[in-house]
Design a protein around this ligand. Structure first.
Ligand code: GLA
Length: 380
C-alpha cells in the first residue's frame, strides 16, 4: 500500500497535511456464497489488495479525490439523502448518513484522498472497503469510539438503505475484522466468528476473469427476494433455519426456481460448516470437493455464475497444484478464488490462464494474495 505517497497527494490537492491516514482491505470468500442475507455462514478473509485513505475536516462540502478515478461528486454530509447520486460518491456519503443516523448528530465534512489497489469489478468488494475507510476516519475525527464490528454494521446499512443493494454483512465484516493469516468463519446471524489459520503451504489465488460484473444489483436483489419467498413457504424465519428434509417435504408446493435457490443456500451453509473442519484438519481432498460443489451449486441452482467464471473454475481445477477453486463474491462476472500448493504456484497460474484464454478468448489475470488484518488507522 503506497501510504507515503498518499500524504504527498493530499498535500498537493488540499495544501495541508491530512489529520488521519487509514487503510481498509478488500476480501475474498473461501466458501459460503449468497448465504449471508439468509442469516447463514460465510468464510471470508481480508486480502492485501486494499485502499488507503487520508483525510482532514473541511469547512466546505465533503470532497473526495481518488488517485485512480479522479474527483468524486461533492456532498454535504449534514444534508445528504438516499438517492443523492449514482456515482461512487454514494459510498462515502452513505457511510456519513448511516453514522449520523446512529449518533443522532451532525458529522463534519471531510477532505479526502483515496488510493486503491483493489481491482474494480472483480468481486473483491472495493465498495465495502471504501465504506469502512470512511467509517474509521469519521470515528477518529469525531472520537466516536465505535468498534470495527459496529462500523461493519453501519457499512451494511449504507449499502442497504443508501446505495440500494440488499446485501448481507459479509463484505463489511471481512474488511473490518480480518486477521493476518486467517480466514474467518462467521455466523452472520450472531456475528460470532472463529478465525481459522490458512495452512502455510497454501497460497490464496484470485483468478480474475476480467469480465466486469454487470447488472448485478437487480439480479442480486431478485435472488434475495426468492430466498425470502422460500423461507415463507417453509415456515422459517430465514433459510438458515431450514434443512434439506424440510425443503424436500415442501417441494411440490414450491415454484421450481424457488426450490433450487433454497437448495443452494441450505447445502451451501452445510458446506461452509464442513469446510471449517476440513481447513482445520488440512483435509485437502475435502476442501477441493466442497469448493467444487459450491461452484456447481452457484452455477446450476443459484444461477449467478457465467461462462467466464465457469471457464476459470474449470481451468483452475485441472491445473497443477490446485487444492480447490470456485467463484467468489456475488457472481455474474468477477473472479474465482483458488487454494493452491505454494510450491506449484507458478505452474498453476500459467496453466490456468492459458487454458482460460483458449476457452474464452479473454486474457484473465491471477494474483496470489496475502491475508491481512482488517480496517484501521495507520497514524493520527
Ligand atoms: C456480495 C454481497 C455480500 C454477499 C455476496 C455473495 O458480495 O455484498 O453480502 O451476499 O455478494 O455471497
Amino acid at each position: 500500500m503506497p501510504v507515503g505517497e498518499i500524504r504527498d497527494v493530499f498535500r498537493e490537492i488540499y495544501g495541508r497535511d491530512p489529520e488521519v491516514v487509514g487503510i481498509a482491505p478488500g476480501r475474498i470468500n473461501l466458501i459460503g456464497e449468497h448465504t449471508d442475507y439468509n442469516d447463514g455462514f460465510v468464510f471470508p478473509a481480508a486480502i492485501d489488495r486494499g485502499l488507503a485513505i487520508a483525510a482532514c475536516v473541511s469547512d466546505g462540502p465533503s470532497k473526495t479525490y481518488s488517485v485512480q478515478l479522479g474527483n468524486a461528486e461533492e456532498f454535504d454530509v449534514a444534508d445528504v439523502k438516499p438517492g443523492f447520486t449514482e456515482t461512487w460518491s454514494k459510498y462515502g456519503a452513505g457511510m456519513g448518513w448511516a453514522i449520523s443516523d446512529l449518533i443522532e448528530s451532525k458529522l463534519p465534512n471531510l477532505n479526502v484522498v483515496v488510493d486503491s489497489e483493489i481491482p474494480i469489478g472483480s468481486g473483491v468488494s472495493s465498495s465495502a472497503a471504501l465504506e469502512l475507510a470512511f467509517g474509521v476516519v469519521w470515528n477518529y475525527v469525531e472520537k466516536l469510539t465505535l468498534d470495527n464490528r459496529e462500523l461493519a454494521r453501519l457499512g451494511q446499512i449504507c449499502e442497504n438503505r443508501f446505495v440500494g443493494v440488499n446485501s448481507g454483512i459479509m463484505d463489511q465484516m471481512a474488511s473490518a475484522m480480518g486477521r493476518n493469516g486467517h480466514a474467518m468463519f462467521l455466523d452472520t446471524r450472531t456475528l460470532q466468528m472463529e478465525y481459522v489459520k490458512v495452512p502455510s503451504d497454501l497460497a490464496v489465488v484470485l483468478c480474475d476473469t476480467k469480465k466486469e460484473r454487470a447488472l448485478t444489483t437487480s439480479a442480486y436483489n431478485e435472488r434475495r427476494t426468492q430466498c425470502e419467498t422460500a423461507a415463507q413457504y417453509l415456515g422459517v424465519r430465514k433459510l438458515r433455519d431450514a434443512d434439506m428434509k424440510l425443503l424436500d417435504s415442501t417441494k411440490r408446493h414450491l415454484p421450481e426456481v424457488v426450490y433450487r435457490r433454497a437448495k443452494h443456500v441450505i447445502t451451501e451453509n452445510q458446506r461452509c460448516v464442513d469446510f471449517k473442519e476440513a481447513l482445520r484438519g488440512r483435509d485437502y481432498e475435502a476442501i477441493g470437493r466442497l469448493m467444487k460443489e459450491s461452484h456447481v451449486s452457484l452455477r446450476d441452482d443459484y444461477e449467478v455464475s457465467c461462462a467466464e467464471l465457469d471457464a476459470m473454475a474449470e481451468s483452475a481445477w485441472a491445473a497443477p497444484g490446485c487444492v480447490g477453486a470456485r467463484m467468489t463474491g456475488a457472481g455474474f462476472g468477477g473472479a474465482c478464488v483458488a487454494l493452491v500448493q505454494k510450491d506449484l504456484l507458478n505452474p498453476f497460474i500459467t496453466a490456468t490462464l492459458s487454458v482460460y484464454e483458449l476457452a474464452t478468448g479473454r486474457e484473465g489475470d491471477a494474483m496470489s494474495c496475502i491475508i491481512v488484518d482488517g480496517a484501521r488507522l495507520l497514524e493520527a
